[in-house]
Design a protein around this ligand. Structure first.
Ligand code: BES
Ligand code: ZN
Length: 883
């Protein structure tokens, strides 16, 4: 048994001898003074004798004299104890309350009063600013995930300490105050009112939420009768209609999918003007950025619409996966995020089948594959030793790789079996916590398949394999090697669900590759095709059908040639076409394949007209055009022209103007292609964008620039060098200042820094630091920085680092500064310079981002070397240009 508070210092987890059962919380936020006061009474179970209660608290002033522990609370007379020592370890964010004698095993009540500030850091209990009747106002908002509930009230702030919460808020009478549960009682006392909320079911601290401010709402309800509301700033509630519709339908869908009803009496969703993440799944009170919730028929783009649908579906999936069943510890964060991401595609696919959402899912998988090809990646299940490490794992590994390995497993087990098992898992762990292994155990039991062995290779080990496929007579020889973008081969080994098709999607095989190598006999495989077809024009073998597996494939020359023919002959599915171009691009970056052959492959996509495929093709094109600037300055222009030629025919067909009855995906495609052509420097597209922009400035009602093509025009304006780029910047800034729409503001911010003019890039970066740009929006400007501006941006970052760190350190947004500014460099010398600068500035919150960015720089440097030594590059570019 502990004898001194010191023994709790530096521990990653709270001790288990005391745990909370129920919190009675009273909070009084003062919105104008940006402060709050509170009182907590926590029913605690003492399970082993202790002299200490150890819980979390951060940036709170806990009034020592108010602390009492009523031991044996259920017995009368109970004992009322005052602490003999109270110690707060700021670094570990814990509060140790010591008594001069042992607390008896059983139930007790800990009471305490405390005060804190409504901070401007977008975490804990914070204030967000909005305008009402032309005046600036504050609202009070909570954001507790991952470890910031402790900034609002002292608590056992770990996901496994589930408890019930009974909240009471004292707020100005004219404001709306929301929390997880419906209000049961409200009493008005002059300018203040007191609102009492129903007690929550058992839940984790990170899901508790409060919002206080002025709002409008719209309402609807599910088949089951759950009331669903969307709250927005006053006057904007119409923009909540789309999200409301998606929310109601998703709740109905999830109820069936998980075979469990939505667990709470109501669901509120609310748009918050200052919000660090995209959205947060607080139980019964989901908070969003405005851009992720609001949709306006006239002002939002098709891609805004998709983003809203996906985000709503994601957060609502968490109400089951995450909120009802919660990960036991942050090591299993992916169970929350990977699953919610995967399920959101399932829901949106069912609501909007015409969006071809599962094919779009390959965007997520691509991000996961890219990050996981770095040596500085991490396993899906990642060890957490300190609270400060948690924020950094809300990354593409937890989300995208997580979702992708779930898709892989579902496709291996079959959709029906998979759903049944998930429903059992939810039932078994409802109101409780689960680890990754618990999920595997349920899936294994339901399916009879070796789920645990299979999946452990994917979740406990970082990285993934590339499968080398080689044809040897009638044998297809396969070998797995860990894929790394730096060209090295890691030691990893996986159990890989291999699927393959030969010559037709009707002829397929599937098996588990368990060893390093294996051989597939394709004799009977090919026999089903006509004899002359074999090795002839129609002969092709595609592995990883529809990219359900989280791996890449490197084909030998003969197989690769067969696939190029199959693409040209339009034999392949959209997903397979995407997989081939993505794998090939990555293999080039890793110098396992030449840029020359990648360009030849791209040529096979020249009459592709599908959005989902072209979105990958364009991103590959833009990647190539960037590296070409440093790798082959002489060929740079020709390569750009080649890529323009590839995209132009389809872009021309679509034009700038929307056509009646056009599909959602064609609207997305137009926007995608115009933006890509502007970025590639296509003069005609740039001129047309600028022309439309100028008409639009003179006449804001013109239909020449609807939301879907506006970003392309804005970029065109900024990409125009000469006097007009200055004028363009000013014109865009004017629109930025005049609009109140967050999505429009984000489009402009994303364009401002894309000028080739370094002075303008610098101006955009400085503009980001003014209070005209919300801290939540910095990443738009950072993400838009032009290649020409990368050096200016780096110098700027060094000069402003102290301020940047101070302002953004408490959210993962700090990582965006590092990755956006550092990753575009392409030389080893620069990598050295950057690491030297950060050597004595490094912090756990952005350490991973820095290491990954530096690794990317070195990978580019190596790729450039290899491109320079490609003997046939120039000749191939010129040959392809002739076509
Ligand atoms: N739980 C997260 C929000 C979050 C992220 C909290 C990082 C703390 C740190 C939420 O469910 C989420 O994943 N939001 C996504 C949106 C989604 C569509 C992927 C986000 O914020 O980007
Ligand atoms: Zn999530």
């Amino acid at each position: 048994m502990a004898v001194s508070p010191e023994e709790f210092r530096g521990q990653a987890r709270l001790p288990l001898f005391a745990s909370p059962l129920r919190y009675d919380l009273r909070l009084r936020p003062d919105l104008s003074a940006c402060a709050f006061s509170g009182a907590a009474a926590v029913v605690v179970i003492i399970s082993a004798p202790t002299r200490f209660l150890v819980l979390n608290a951060a940036e709170l002033a806990v009034d020592r004299s108010s602390i009492r522990f009523q031991a044996n609370a259920r017995l009368s007379p109970s004992e009322d104890l005052a602490p003999s020592e109270v110690v707060q370890f700021e670094e570990d964010e814990i509060l140790v309350v010591g008594f001069d004698r042992e607390l008896p095993v059983g139930e007790g009540v800990l009471t305490m009063d405390f005060t804190g500030t409504l901070n401007d850091q977008m975490r804990g209990f914070y204030r967000s600013k909005y305008e009402y009747n032309g005046e600036s106002r504050n609202m009070a908002v909570t954001q507790f995930e991952a470890v910031d509930a402790r900034r609002c009230f002292p608590c056992w702030d770990e996901p496994a300490f589930k408890a019930k919460f009974k909240l009471t808020l004292e707020v100005p009478s004219e404001l709306v105050a929301l929390s997880n549960m419906p209000a049961v009682k409200e009493t008005v006392n002059g300018p203040l009112k007191t609102i009492y909320y129903e007690e929550t079911p058992l839940m984790s601290t990170y899901l508790v939420a409060i919002v206080v401010g002025l709002f409008d709402y719209i309402e609807s309800s599910t088949l089951q009768g759950t009331k669903v509301r969307i709250y927005t700033q006053v006057g904007k509630s119409n923009q909540g209609k789309f999200a409301l519709d998606v929310a109601v339908k998703s709740l109905d869908l999830y109820k069936d999918y998980f075979a469990t009803p939505y667990p709470l009496p109501k669901l509120d969703m609310i748009a918050i003007p200052d919000f660090a993440a995209g959205a947060m799944e607080n139980y019964g009170l989901v908070t969003y950025r405005e851009t992720a919730l609001l949709y306006d028929e006239l002002l939002s783009s098709a891609s805004n619409k998709q983003q809203v649908a996906i985000t709503v579906a994601h957060e609502l999936a968490h109400q089951w996966f995450g909120n009802l069943v919660t990960m036991e510890w942050w090591t299993h964060l992916w169970l929350n995020e990977g699953f919610a991401s995967w399920v959101s595609y399932l829901a949106v696919d069912s609501l909007f089948p015409e969006w071809n959402n599962w094919t779009q899912f390959l965007d997520e998988m691509t991000s996961g594959l890219k990050l996981d090809a770095l040596a500085e990646s991490h396993p899906i299940e990642v060890e957490i030793n300190h609270a400060s490490e948690i924020d950094a794992i809300f990354d593409s590994i937890s989300y995208d790789k997580g979702a992708s390995v779930i898709r892989m497993l579902q496709s291996y087990l079959g959709a029906e079996r998979f759903q049944k098992a998930l429903a059992s898992y939810i039932k078994k762990y409802a109101y409780s916590n689960a680890k990754t292994e618990d999920l595997w155990a349920v899936l294994e039991e339901e399916s009879g398949e070796p789920v645990k062995d299979l999946m452990t290779t994917w979740t406990k080990q970082q990285g993934y394999p590339v499968i080398y496929a080689k044809l040897n007579g009638h044998d297809l020889e396969l070998e797995q090697v860990q894929f790394l973008s730096d060209g090295s081969s890691g030691p990893g080994m996986w159990i890989v669900p291999i699927t393959s098709c030969c010559g037709s999607y009707d002829v397929h095989k599937k098996f588990l590759l368990k060893d390093k190598t294996d051989t597939v006999h394709i004799e009977e495989f090919t026999a089903s095709q006509s004899a002359d077809a074999e090795k002839g024009k129609n002969f092709w073998i595609k592995l990883n059908i529809d990219q359900t597996g989280f791996y890449r494939v490197k084909y030998d020359e003969e197989l690769a040639a067969g696939l190029v023919n199959a693409i040209k002959a339009k034999k392949l599915s959209l997903m397979d076409k995407i997989g081939i171009v993505e794998d090939s691009y990555s293999l080039s970056i890793a110098c396992k394949q030449t840029l020359t052959s990648l360009l030849r492959l791209l040529n096979a996509y020249h009459d592709e007209s599908d959005f989902t495929v072209l979105s990958h093709v364009t991103s590959v094109c833009l990647g190539i055009s960037k590296i070409a600037v440093d790798a082959t300055p002489d060929l740079n222009k020709d390569i750009k022209q080649l890529l323009i030629n590839l995209l132009l025919p389809t872009a021309k067909k679509l034009g700038w103007d929307r056509k009646d009855g056009e599909s959602h995906l064609d609207v997305m495609l137009r926007s995608l292609l115009l933006i890509a052509l502007v970025r590639l420097g296509h003069d005609e597209t740039i001129h047309e964008g600028v022309r439309r922009f100028h008409i639009c400035i003179g006449d804001s009602k013109t239909s020449l620039l609807p939301p879907d093509t506006r970003k392309a025009a804005y970029l065109a304006v900024m990409r125009t060098v000469s006097t007009s780029s200055r004028a363009g910047y000013d014109a865009l800034l004017k629109i930025y200042r005049e609009t109140v729409e967050a999505q429009e503001k984000s489009r402009i911010l994303g364009s401002l820094s894309s000028s080739p003019d370094k002075a303008i890039v610098l101006e955009a970066l400085n503009f980001m630091l003014t209070d005209e740009v919300r801290n939540q929006d910095s990443f738009y400007i950072l993400g838009g920085i032009s290649l020409e501006g990368r050096e200016v941006a780096w110098v700027w970052l060094k000069q402003n680092w102290d301020h940047v760190f101070k302002t953004w350190r408490s959210s993962s947004l700090i990582s965006d500064f590092i990755s956006s500014v550092v990753s575009p460099f392409t030389s080893d010398e620069k990598a050295v310079e950057v690491s030297e600068f950060f050597a004595d500035r490094i912090k756990p919150s952005f350490q991973r981002a820095l290491k990954q960015s530096l690794e990317r720089v070195r990978i580019s440097a190596r790729w450039i070397e290899s491109i320079r030594s490609e003997p046939n590059l120039a000749q191939t570019v010129h040959e392809l240009l002739q076509r």
